[in-house]
Design a protein around this ligand. Structure first.
Ligand code: CUA
Length: 346
């Protein structure tokens, strides 16, 4: 399709062309059959109109050939669509192994992005072209949905559970980013930009040492854990919600600091001598639970185990860990998870 073809937004990701081809195929099939059916309908209505009150039509006893044709052709068409659509779906739903990871936190009404190197942005997402990018997303409040039309990707962002999405931008540029799930009065304002850059430019952008605003979240620390930088905030402040960042190092190193601050390291010690499981290299592995079940350690499992440790106790350990539900916010959780993922990954 030429780029000024206005039926769809510009194609700026590796899957965009495939999605559009399928879409245009669907439209073509629909047009073809609409025209065919209407034409035949009109033709038959004229040809077989009743010419006199005494006319009796000839009874029809069925036709195997005709019935076979109208069963086999649609079957072939829908199976083509199914296989074609499924193959695109599999591509879109499975991030490549080598994808770079960015965390996304949605809240009424803004998007917060956290790069693993420690950079944060609000409503803007800088990415390199020619490299798969995986977004791990969660909402702080209601259901949102991240939609980048030029990339042809769209995914719900839910409270309480991480969802993922990935894309690979093919050309530099600025692309719209929308919230595609009605989420309250300012839903239509929950928009932003994806800025796709050449890899070198992106590296330069990453290493630029600017202090980006960090969002203050509405979860306040309980006094015993509030030894860190954040002060309680008023609702007005939470609305604009900007505070200058204490940007130190990477997300993982911030996670490590938090891990120690919260005292997690007291029990989760390398070498399995602690009261909690050793977390080194645990990400991506499967662990046996007390219930006999086995779970894969992914972001959602780690999240649940921090917030509500009693939910899934690892075999051989006692339920000693206190729940952190309400004591840490989504951004802190993301740091902790990124830290745990980085353990044993040298
Ligand atoms: Cu967030 Cu609509």
């Amino acid at each position: 399709m030429p780029s000024d073809f206005a039926l769809s937004p510009e194609q700026a990701s590796t899957v965009a062309g495939r999605v559009d081809t399928l879409y245009y195929f669907l439209v073509a099939i629909s047009i073809f059959f609409t025209v065919l059916i209407v034409t035949v309908l009109i033709y038959f209505a004229v040809k077989y109109r009743r010419r006199s009150n005494y006319e009796r039509p000839r009874p029809i006893a069925g036709s195997l050939a005709l019935e076979t044709v109208w069963a086999v052709i649609p079957f072939g068409i829908v199976m083509t669509l199914f296989v074609w659509g499924a193959s695109i779906y599999f591509t879109i739903s499975r991030p490549p192994e080598n994808a770079m990871e960015i965390y996304v936190i949605g809240k009424q009404w803004m998007w917060k992005f956290q790069h693993p190197e420690g950079k944060r942005e609000i409503n803007n997402l800088h990415i390199p072209v020619g490299r798969p990018v995986k977004l791990t997303m969660i909402s702080q409040d209601v259901i949102h949905d991240l939609f980048v039309p030029a990339f042809r990707v769209k995914m719900d962002v839910l409270p309480g559970r991480y969802t993922t999405m990935w894309f690979e931008a093919t050309r530099p540029g600025k692309y719209h980013l929308f919230c595609a799930e009605y989420c309250g009065t300012q839903h239509s304002g929950m928009i932003g930009q994806v800025i796709a850059m050449e890899p070198l430019q992106y590296q330069a952008w990453l290493s630029k040492d600017e202090t980006l605003p960090v969002l203050v979240t509405s979860v306040e620390r309980t006094p015993d854990t509030s030894a860190d930088q954040k002060s309680p905030i008023s609702p007005e402040e939470a609305g604009t919600g900007l505070e200058s960042a204490s940007t130190g190092g990477s997300l993982a190193s911030e996670g490590e600091a938090l891990f120690q601050e919260l005292g997690c390291n007291v029990c989760h010690r390398p070498g399995s001598q602690g009261r909690g499981p050793d977390l080194t290299g645990i990400y991506g592995k499967s662990v046996q639970l007390q219930s006999g079940e086995t779970v894969i350690v992914d972001e959602n499992y780690l999240r649940e185990s921090v917030l509500n440790p009693q939910a899934k106790i690892v075999a051989g350990f006692r339920p000693l860990m206190p729940p952190y539900e309400g004591r840490i916010n989504e951004e802190e959780l993301v740091r902790l998870i990124e830290y745990i993922k980085s353990l044993g990954k040298e």
